[in-house]
Each structure stands twice: as structure tokens, then as C-alpha cells.
Design a protein around this ligand. Sequence first.
Ligand code: AMP
Length: 547
Amino acid sequence: MTARFDNLMMSYPLTLTHFFERSRRLFAKKTIATRVPGRPLFRYTYADFAERTMRLAGALATLGIRRGDRVATFAWNSHRHLELYWAAPLSGAVLHTLNIRLSPSDLTYIINHAGDSTIFVDASLWPVIAGIRDALPTVRRIVIMPDGVAGATETPTEHPEYEALVAGAEPVREWPALAETDAAGMCYTSGTTGHPKGVVYTHRAMFLHCLAEATADLFGLSENDRILHIVPMFHANSWCLPYSAVMVGADQIFAGANIQPPDICRLIQAEKVTFTGAVPTVWIAIKELCEKEGYDISSLRTIAIGGSAAPRSLQQAYAKNFGVQMSHAWGMTEMTPLGTVTRLKSYMEDWSEEKKYDVYSRVGYASVGVDVRIVDDSGAELPWDGECMGELQVRGPWVVASYYDNPESADRFTADGWFRTGDVATIDAEGYVQITDRTKDLIKSGGEWVSSVDVENLIMSHPKVLEAAVIAVPHPKWVERPLACVVPKPGSALEPSEIIEFLRPQLARWALPDAVEIIDAVPKTSVGKFDKKVLRERYKSWTPRQA
Ligand code: AMP
């Protein structure tokens, strides 16, 4: 007899609605707070959050927002932004988080390309949207949110105000039935070349990503965490943490407007934060501050660090000085965003300090749900030997399958179903990935590759160095040569020759920078990463001292 295998398990859709409803019932007493500049933290409970989110969903319906409509946010990290994170996708709309630091022309392009119907704007950011309002034909409505920033009073009265809207709305008591493949959110990449590209996240992608993110070998999130959201909510879903935090019922603290390193230190200390994440530049600044001013950040069980390479010396300093082992992560907007996180395997625990940090300074092995491979220029897969360097490619249920309405970028996807990340990497026999560079940041000197990331990390381990970026400059003989742009720690007198002598015994001859330029600050992108484009432009006519 033939076995019958149909209808054996329920086909329950993997949507964010399940996380919200479960949390609403289980974690009503847990708390959510937002830092309001110059005032005590705003605080409420998960029960309040749920009620207001259901009211907000009611308001979205009265504003005429329908399934599939793009609802944009232009906002700081706050509980209101969290309410939008949930109300829009649970209503069947698509939450489009706009990067508040983009140029007016990029913003105009993105809003029009996404066809946003409504924008929720924090009051202090309103002037930016006001400046481009006339160039946004698809935007039918703007809602202003009171972010508590002093002086942000110049908001127009013709637009509805968020609090009044929520207070006056009928809460949604039953969410629409959604398919797991429905779009939940969208985000545009930082766009280093050409126009930014849109990535649309499905409910299923987010659901599975959150489950993986919370596992012990990634961030190990749980109900007893107190999570501080520093990663901007417009950047790669804030690493999906506002979704995962609600999923597990953790207490949450939102950074609020214009957060600065001292605010972060105070919040960690006062709120006894157990988990938070940010790009390395933030952790460099906080380390300096904690060392100088003695903040107590011992409540942290780990710190997620990623977005760009986390220097080994920085990770060592956090472990040694503050007792916090960082979780070095790699990911992309195109990956919802997590791909890998570094954890030692159990049998590595008794390795030497040096060998352990060889592991921590890599970006980790692939998360459950993500396949990784490296390939050469012809597309042939390279071995996992820690030596062979090739383009990193990924696939999985939360990896982009195509950019939104952007057929020109089809070459980012391989014929056999992988996404080409544009990162160059090695993978060792244990599966640990080492990001060597972005394809465009690699330096090729006389036929030899130089990893700018490796050289930067070494320079940043010098005691007098705050930050360093290494770029390629044109060279008549070697085609390209590395140039180091170095920011000394405040009050340190640093000579270029000190850096060269420090590097000489640690680097191959061809990887040693030709020169060190002492600069005031490394230019940063809108999400706080080193912006090497700006440096390349600045030094494009730099002339070598020896040919
Ligand atoms: P974004 O989509 O803006 O988050 O940028 C993703 C890119 O950031 C990746 O393709 C990498 O080039 C870079 N990146 C992210 N995390 C890391 C990391 N831990 N180390 C090195 N580069 C990283």
C-alpha cells in the first residue's frame, strides 16, 4: 500500500503576528523605555505597548493604509518606532525604515522608488522631510511624532500628530490573516555605488531570523535580558533586535534622539543592560570613555559588534578591562541582517589566549539557516583551508532573492541560487569566516593582495591609536600601494614612523603602508562605518615618496 503523507502537520504561517500575540499574553508586565533628552526615561509595560500598537493599527486603517502599502518611518530609536515596527506589518502593510542621515536626493529617490504612501516623522527631523515634500508624489500622508527634542517646535499643524492619532483610534482586535510570504518590511542598502537598492523582508524571513538570532550560539537572547537598542532602527532592522526582543519578552531600552557615547554608558550603568550591539566605531568611543570616567558596564553579558571588522585589540580590551566578551557578527542589509557570529567551540575553551583571539577576530561560522561558500573569479568553489581567498556567497531563508524593482542588479545572484555578497573572505577548516575586505577595498600591490582590514586592525592595536583606515593609492610601479590614515588618541603625540616601525615586524613587506597620514577623524558613513570612499577621493592624487 502507498503511504499517504498529506496533511500531517498544520501549515501554520510563520508571521510576526504569532510573536506579538504570544508576547502580549505572556510578558504583559515586562518593560520598555525610551531615553528622552534632558528628561527621565519614558517607561511603559508590554501591556501598554500591545494596546497602543493595536490602536496604531486601527489608526493606520483610518488613514486608508491597505495591505501592501509602504509605511515609512523617519525616526530615532524609540517605543513609538517599535509600535510602528509591529503595527505596520501586522496590518499587512510594509514598514519602510528611512535612513535619517541620507542626503535629500537619496531620500527622495528611495521614497519615490519604494512608492511610500505615508511617512511617520520624528518632530526634530521634520525639516529634512519638509525640504523634499514637494518631490514626493506618492506620499499621501505625514504623521508627526513628538520625540522630545528641545526646540523641535516648528512642526506643521496640518499633519496629524501621533499621540492624538493613537489616542483617538479604535484598537484592532483581530489581525488580518497573512501569508508568511507577505512583505513585512523594507530597507535600502547604503548604496556605495549607484542608487541605493531596496531589500524587502517577508514575515517568514523575519520569523526564522529572529528564532536563529535568539539561539545560544548567536546572541542567546531570552526573557531575562535587558536589551539596549543603539543600532539605528533604520539600519538593517536594527539587526532585527526589536523583533527578537519582543519575541523573547526581554525588557527593552531605546536610545532616543541624538544619542552620544556618554548617554550610552549612563544607560548601560543605570538600566543594568545585559545585551546591546553597535558598530565598532561606537565601541571604540565607549571604551575610551569607560576607561577615563569609570562607568560600570559589568551588567553586560555580551556586546554584539559588527557592521565592519571588530579589531582584535578592542575585543581583548573589553574582555580584560570590563569582563565582557564581545560577539563579533557579520551580516548585511540583504540578510535581514545576520549571517555569522563568532563563538568558541567547546574544545577551544582551553586554547591559549592568542589562539582564542585568532577565532574571535574572525566573524564566526554560519548561523543555522545560512549556507556560506567562497568562490574564485570563475565561480569555482574554494576549499575551507583558511588560506584561499574568494568572494563570499550565501543563501538561506532570510537572504534576499532579488532587489526590489531593480532588474539591473540581477548579476548579484548566481545561476545556482546564491547571493554574491561582494565581500572577500577565507573560511578555515572549522568553518570560521574571515572577512578580508569588500571587493572594492582590497589593495593589489604588484600582484599581491593586501587586506586593508588586517592592516587596520594591527594599527588599531597600537596604544596611541584611536582609529585607522587603510586605503589603496595609485602607484606608478606597483599599481596600488596601501596608505594608512591614522587618528591618534586624544593627547597622544604620534609620529608616522612609530606606526611603520610597529608594523614592520608584523607584516609582509608588500603589505607595509608606504606612508601614514595623521588625520583628525576617519570619515564615517551614515551608519557609522569607516567611509573609505571619502578617503580615497581625498588621497587620489597622493604621490609616493619612493618609486
Ligand atoms: P550593511 O548592509 O550596510 O550592513 O553592510 C554590509 C557590509 O558590511 C558587509 O557586506 C560587509 O562588507 C560589512 N560588514 C558587516 N559586518 C562586518 C564584520 N563583522 N567585519 C567586516 N565587515 C563587516
